[in-house]
Structures are given as C-alpha cells and as structure tokens.
Ligand binder design. Structure first.
Ligand code: AQP
Length: 328
C-alpha cells in the first residue's frame, strides 16, 4: 500500500519554493497513491514566535492553498495538526527514543538558531515531532523539498530503532524528493534556499503575490557580472535559479532555454520569466479567491481531522502497548 503524508507550516506566506518543492507534488501524488494525508503543521510553526491572530489566519490559508493548487478532499485528507492530539503524544514518546547527538546534527536547527539569544527547546526537538507526524500514519512516501531530507533520515532511524527494540511497529517511510526543483534559491542570495520566514521580503516570492510586486523582485534578483546565460549552479547560482524557475513554470527543459536565450541579456530572460509565472500563478490565485468559503473549508478540515484521528489513535495505542503502558 502506498500512503503519502506531508505537511506545510503556517509560519509565513507560502513561497513558490514551497509550491515547486511540495504543493505541486502533493497534487500529482494524490492520484498515484492508495491514500494521501496533507497536514497544516501548526505545532511546528510555534517553534519560532508567532502572532496568534496571524497563526490562526495562516493555518486556514495553507489549507485553502492546498485546495487552490489542486488537492482534492475526496482523494486526500486535509487537516490541521493540532486537531489531532496524537501528534503531540507520539512526539513525546519518540523524544524518549532519540539521542541528543542525533538532534544536534540537524542542519535546520543550526541554521534557525544561529545568532539567536533565546531559542526554545521546541525548535531543537522539531524533527522528532516531524517523525511522529509521519509515523502516526504508516506513511510509505513523504514528498518534501531537499531541505527536509535529513529530517526524514532521522525519522527512519528512530522508527528502525523502535522496531528493533519493541518489535515491528512502524512502517519505514521513503523521502520523495524531485530530481529538479527540490531547492529553489533565495533571489537576493542564491546560495541560500528561499524561505517563507526569511527576513528580507525581496528574497522570496509568495505564491499569492501580485505580479507587479514579484516582477520587481525578479528584475532585482542577484545574478553575476558575466551576462552569459548558462546553467551552472556552483559558479552561476543566480542565473541557474532563474533558469530552474523558468523551466518548471514553462515546462521547458533548461537545455532548450539556454539555447533559446543564447546571446541575450539577463533582462530579457527575467522579463519573459515574469510573464510565464504571471500566467501560472494567476490560475492558482484565481482558484484561491473562488474557494474563499470559510464554512466549507472548516467542513473539509473537520472531515480530514476525523479521518486522520482514526488512523492516529490506532498507531498510538500500538506504540503504547509495545512500550509497556497500562491500558484500561
Ligand atoms: N526553497 C525551497 N525549494 C523547494 N522546496 C522547499 N520547501 C521549503 N522551501 C523550499 C519545501 O516546502 C515544504 C514545506 O516546508 P515547511 O513549511 O514545512 O518548512 P520549511 O521546509 O522550513 O520551509 P520554509 O519555507 O523555509 O519555511 P520556514 O521559513 O518557516 O522555515 C517542505 O516540503 C519543504 O521541503
């Protein structure tokens, strides 16, 4: 049985990186799998400070974006993580199965805590809660961007350790990472990944952003002084990032784009890229506006949480039985 699980944090406005690395895959995979479960991981979002009103608004918005991108609630369950309390419960049980050294090696923790005076414990244990999210549903495949690969490896290690110690309990999940487009880079610093919570707004393009706003960002995107259109991620990260975006949005190979733009300046490439993106993003934005019915959205979220809870309760009982907890 192929079961997909993935989630997105309501920690900012989702970017085109989140779309190309995650949402887009979610839609394709829901047709391909026996079941698919997509979560709005609000418990993860509070590992960094969140404004309560914004968190509430964004949690619903992420669900609405799932739908606008094409996730079909008759094929996939969509729900909010905090609505299924088993995530927190299994998270704790798995914390007691994870070594400090393992958690310490997580590069996302290092990046997000770097230079910060007060980092909360939740940011450190975040990958263990993510392991719980995945293992609760016996997920076989987890579609994510490249930045989450290390967390999936940790999930597999924890699950294998648990199975070895307590007997077969968890399904060992596989990361599902695209070969191309799994790491969209920041526009201002193309050696870093684009992030929805990065400080500089100019570094990212929000999925729901107005074309006039993202046009300026693309036109200002950092490139290099060569003025030669060539795909070379190491030496020309800015131009390579623009070519990646163009290729994914226009569904045209990088090779064909490089040939087509030979001898032309970066300005032309950028201008044409804006056009292609305006078209594709416009369709999602239109759909997002059409779906703005909060009662219907809440119905879908409740249905999704009920479906998720049914599986999650069984898993937690199985885990607690294996570990030796009393059941009455
Ligand atoms: N730049 C990216 N390129 C491709 N995929 C990406 N993803 C994130 N950034 C890129 C993928 O999007 C999914 C949702 O991510 P998340 O919300 O769980 O958190 P994240 O990975 O930490 O993404 P952000 O945008 O950087 O959020 P913040 O700023 O809150 O930390 C994941 O599958 C991720 O791989």
């Amino acid at each position: 049985m192929k079961r997909i699980f993935s989630g997105v944090q309501p920690s900012g406005n989702p970017t085109i990186g989140n779309y190309l690395g995650a949402f887009k895959q979610f839609v394709e995979l829901q047709h391909d799998a026996d079941s698919a479960i997509y979560c709005v991981v609000d418990l993860h979002a509070i590992t960094v400070p969140q404004d309560p009103a914004k968190l509430r608004k964004r949690s619903r918005e992420i669900a609405q974006i799932y739908l606008a991108c094409g996730v079909d609630p008759s094929k996939a369950s969509i729900f909010i993580q905090s609505h299924v309390k088993e995530h927190a419960e299994l998270g704790w049980l798995l914390q007691c199965m994870t070594y400090m050294g393992e958690a310490n090696r997580m590069t996302q923790y290092k990046d997000k805590s770097e230079g910060k005076a007060n980092v909360n414990v939740g940011l450190f244990t975040y990958p263990v809660l993510m392991a719980a999210d995945i293992l609760l549903y016996d997920a076989t495949h987890v579609p994510v961007g490249d930045d989450q690969k290390q967390h999936i490896e940790l999930t597999r290690d924890i699950a294998e350790r648990f199975n070895n110690r307590f007997g077969e309990t968890f399904v060992i999940p596989e990361p599902q990472i695209q070969e191309f487009g799994a790491r969209i880079m920041a526009l201002d610093e193309p050696t870093k990944k684009m992030s929805k919570s990065a400080e500089n707004e100019g570094s990212r393009i929000a999925l729901l952003e107005d074309p006039a706003v993202f046009k300026k960002k693309i036109m200002r995107a950092v490139t290099d002084t060569e003025n030669e259109i060539r795909f070379d991620e190491e030496n020309k990260p800015g131009v390579s990032n623009l070519l990646t975006l163009y290729s994914l949005y226009a569904d045209e190979s990088v090779e064909s784009l490089v040939n087509r733009y030979q001898g032309q300046g970066y300005g032309t490439l950028k201008k044409d890229l804006v056009e292609v993106m305006t078209d594709k993003m416009g369709a999602i934005q239109k759909r997002f506006r059409e779906l703005d019915d909060q009662t219907e959205l809440d119905r879908i979220l409740k249905q999704g949480a009920d479906q998720a809870r049914e599986i999650a309760e069984k898993t937690v009982n199985r885990v607690k039985d294996a570990m030796g907890f009393v059941r009455i």
